[in-house]
Design a protein around this ligand. Structure first.
Ligand SMILES: *Cc1c(COP(=O)(O)O)cnc(C)c1O
Length: 474
């Protein structure tokens, strides 16, 4: 079996789902029982000389039995209610909508198993195993997006990932203004317009140079509440997900700073309209805080031309205008795997059919992948941050969203502790809670995403095949 399990040629997606008619139900029960037994054994063998806490006499008592009876009844009622009032989205395509679908069996099993330990990934020491998995998942997200020095983590959902993206953009944009106060020598001779149009990479380089002034810089950044209105407009396509409104509200820039950009007949952001919007704002001396491109719009599945947004940014940079780019790939993020070979190379467009044939990504010979979509995905590695939801096209159970950043140094602009203290010393995964929006979070989610990524590698042979089947199916 060794060679069978290593060779991506042997990938049958139907082995990874419970099945409409529970065709793989016995397999699911077998694997679940094995995992539960392993957990129970772990309990029994952990410091074997410890005495039992619950005695057979107690288990025989009327109180005990009464309580068990109550638990059984509640679970019966729960089961009855869920069976009666759930939607049959698993059943032969009878129900399509609300981002519901069958989820991967390995993810369900991993979630169940890890849940028994109830790890909290807010901090490494409370969940060493699953924190490590989340760190790995973050790096997997990053390499899937083509980031060389990126980082990512699991978020409760795409809405929070988008909020975090805007959080990054806001704090980064505000840092040059803070430098003017705290480390003026770093930004000598630059006026406010130039400070507000500094490229992210340049800002991160200067932050790295600020040394022990970093905490003072952060204190004077947008997190202080100052300068929020100066940071400029947040441009989103008309197809925008409503989470962007919530994000602008909560992050404090306000809804008036959100500018919708019209879309074309393919529901993609109209790049000419984007350019004229930016020019109009710039003529008015209004900076652009950032531009959102969507990969897989929620209603239409459209993919904005990320490459053209990047191209426009390069062009405008020559005129001294710079904007942060966030790709909202909550829906379509995993589609990037369809372009990657097993060494994680983004293959040339004309080599795609060969790659797809090799792994049986599609069953029909149709041109499913249009050149515009190909180019859009190729350009992902040139944007600052990306939202990707495992609980959408990753086929992982809720709640599993994700965010990836291009440059791991960006973490420092939103973190709430001095990272250098930790980075110098031990080689442990990040204390997640310091770098993210959320606090306590399920280690089980990380286990669930990790398991999916390891059964289906993040390239055309694994997840790509799942995406292909999804595209063809729809
Ligand atoms: C689903 C979706 C979101 C939000 O994700 P949730 O996980 O539902 O919070 C954001 N953007 C797009 C494009 C989406 O499709």
């Amino acid at each position: 079996m060794e060679s069978l399990d290593k060779d991506p040629k042997y990938t049958d997606l139907n082995a990874l789902f419970i099945g409409d008619k529970a065709e793989n139900g016995d397999l699911y029960k077998e694997l679940l029982n094995k995992l539960v037994d392993e957990h129970l054994g772990w309990r029994k063998n952990y410091i074997t000389q410890d005495k039992n806490m619950i005695s057979p006499q107690e288990q025989d008592s009327t109180e005990f039995k009464g309580t068990v009876e109550r638990m059984r009844n509640v679970l019966d009622e729960l089961s009855q209610r869920i069976r009666t009032e759930s939607v049959p989205w698993h059943s032969a395509g009878r129900y399509w909508g609300h981002m519901n679908s069958e989820t991967l069996m390995p993810s369900l099993l991993a979630y169940n198993y890890a849940m028994l330990w109830n790890g909290n990934n807010v901090a490494y020491e409370s969940s060493p195993a699953t924190s490590q998995m989340e760190e790995e998942v973050g790096h997997e997200f990053a390499s899937m997006m083509g980031y060389k020095n990126g980082w990512g983590h699991i978020v409760a959902d795409g809405s929070l990932a988008n909020l975090e993206g805007l959080w990054y953009a806001r704090n980064i944009k505000s840092l040059p203004l803070a430098m003017k106060e705290v480390t003026p020598e770093l930004v000598k001779g630059l006026d406010e317009w130039q400070l507000l149009n500094m490229p992210t990479k340049k800002i991160m380089d200067l932050v790295s140079k600020s040394g022990n002034k970093m905490d003072d810089l952060k204190a004077k950044s947008a997190r202080s509440g100052k300068n929020l209105q100066k940071l400029g407009k947040w441009l989103v396509p008309q197809t925008k997900h409503y989470s962007w409104m919530k994000a602008a509200d909560i992050i404090g820039i306000g809804l008036d700073q959100v500018v919708p950009v019209p879309v074309d007949n393919n529901f993609r952001m109209d790049i000419d309209a984007l350019e004229s919007t930016i020019n109009r704002l710039a003529a008015d001396h209004t900076p652009i805080l950032g531009v959102v491109g969507v990969a897989g719009t929620t209603e239409e599945g459209a993919v904005d031309e990320i490459d053209k947004i990047v191209e426009l940014r390069n062009k405008m940079a020559k005129q001294g205008i710079y904007f942060y780019i966030h790709v909202d790939a909550a829906y379509g993020g995993y589609l990037r795997t369809i372009f990657l070979d097993k060494d994680n190379n983004f293959v040339p467009y004309d080599k795609l059919p060969e790659l797809h044939k090799k792994y049986g990504v599609f069953t029909e010979e149709k041109q499913y992948i249009k050149p515009e979509v190909y180019k859009a995905y190729k350009a992902f590695d040139e944007v600052e941050s990306i939202t990707i939801d495992p609980h959408k096209m990753g086929y992982v159970p809720y709640a599993a969203g994700g965010i990836v950043i291009q440059d791991v140094r960006m973490r420092d602009v939103i973190s709430y502790f001095a990272t250098y203290v930790f980075e110098k010393g031990a080689d442990i995964p990040a204390l997640l809670g310091a770098y993210i929006l959320e606090g306590s979070k399920a280690g089980a989610t990380a286990a669930s995403v990790w398991a999916a990524h390891h059964v289906l590698p993040l390239n055309a042979s694994g997840y790509g095949k799942l995406q292909g089947a999804s595209v063809e199916g729809s």
